[in-house]
Design a protein around this ligand. Structure first.
Ligand code: TA6
Length: 301
């Protein structure tokens, strides 16, 4: 990091708790160390790559083959998908999952709340975003690192016309062994199965991963529980102002096809994505705000 850049971040640091340092690929990251947890968040994509509550194991999966650098989305952690999810419906050349996960965000503030630390970053519409999407917007993302990981994505329409957007906190959860893990909280919820031409289906009981899984659970505000005997823990993902939950595991072939993921890494991860996608995309009038929240809590068994 150039000295002047490092200097510009110095003002945000809280001595003994946070530092802005060079991360992978020379990308600047906020490194958090408190009595309650350690964590990391890159300015590149406002991307959280680590959260580990004290006395426990790392909660997020981060690919050992992730690519680090401008234009690359980091494989793992919590990528932010905005303003569309997946492929852009009217432009197959547009970047999948939108453009903010590969954008350099700005640091807004770092603050201490009790034993927890809140890191706030922002990004706005500019020439690079207007290449793909005409709207004027401002995103503020607050991540609180403590005994829980708490995330808030605030979207503001700073323009004069209404816009519609999709959003997802595309969290990669680390598991001991996906074959024995189970997801609860989606029983009786309808989903679109992306591995079967987006056919609408009904979830019955717990979710077990037995093949490539790529589903959008619809009209659900439920918390999801990851029961992970492999790491002897239960992880709870709670959310607010989110009407869809995406569940993804690439399984064997897709993992092999991903150049930034080890062939066998599908066994150690599951994505649980608090989101507003498909028919639950959000319409935002000029001057209006929308905040989606997610919280991750772990109980070690
Ligand atoms: O969230 C699930 C999904 O949309 C899958 O379809 C899969 O493509 C995954 O995201 C990863 O997308 P990425 O663009 O990061 O390779």
């Amino acid at each position: 990091m150039k000295p002047e850049v490092a200097e510009s971040y110095r003002q945000f640091e809280i001595a003994g708790l946070t530092e802005v340092v060079d991360g992978n690929g020379g990308l600047p990251k906020v490194s958090v160390t408190t009595p309650e947890c350690v964590g990391e968040m890159y300015l590149h994509g406002a991307h959280i790559t680590s959260w580990k509550p004290s006395g426990g194991e790392e909660v997020l999966f981060l690919s050992s083959q992730a690519r680090w650098g401008p234009g690359h989305a980091i494989r793992g952690g919590v990528p932010i998908c905005f303003p569309w999810f997946g492929a852009k419906s009217d432009d197959p050349t547009a970047p999948p999952h939108g453009f903010v996960r590969t954008k350099a965000w700005s640091l807004e503030s770092i603050s201490q709340v009790g034993g927890a630390v809140t890191v706030s970053m922002f990004t706005e519409s500019d020439e690079s975003t207007k290449k793909w999407w005409p709207a004027d917007f401002r995103l503020v993302y607050r991540a609180t690192f403590g005994p829980e990981l708490s995330l808030e994505l605030l979207v503001t329409n700073t323009g004069r016309t209404e816009f519609r957007f999709e959003e997802a906190l595309h969290a990669y959860h680390r598991v001991g062994n996906i074959l024995v893990a189970r997801l609860r909280g989606l029983d009786g919820v309808q989903y679109l199965d992306k591995t079967d031409s987006n056919r609408k289906k009904m979830q019955h009981g717990e979710v077990a991963i037995t093949s490539e899984t790529d589903r959008v659970y619809l009209d659900t505000t439920n918390a999801v529980e990851i029961d992970d005997p492999g790491m002897h823990r239960l992880t709870h993902v709670l959310k607010e102002n989110s009407r869809t939950t995406v569940v993804w595991n690439p399984w064997i072939d897709k993992a092999r096809a991903l150049s930034d993921m080890r062939d066998d890494a599908w066994r150690q991860m599951i994505c649980i994505e608090s989101s507003n996608v498909t028919e639950f995309a959000v319409d935002l009038a000029p001057g209006q705000h929308h905040t989606m929240k997610a919280r991750v809590r772990v109980n070690n068994e």
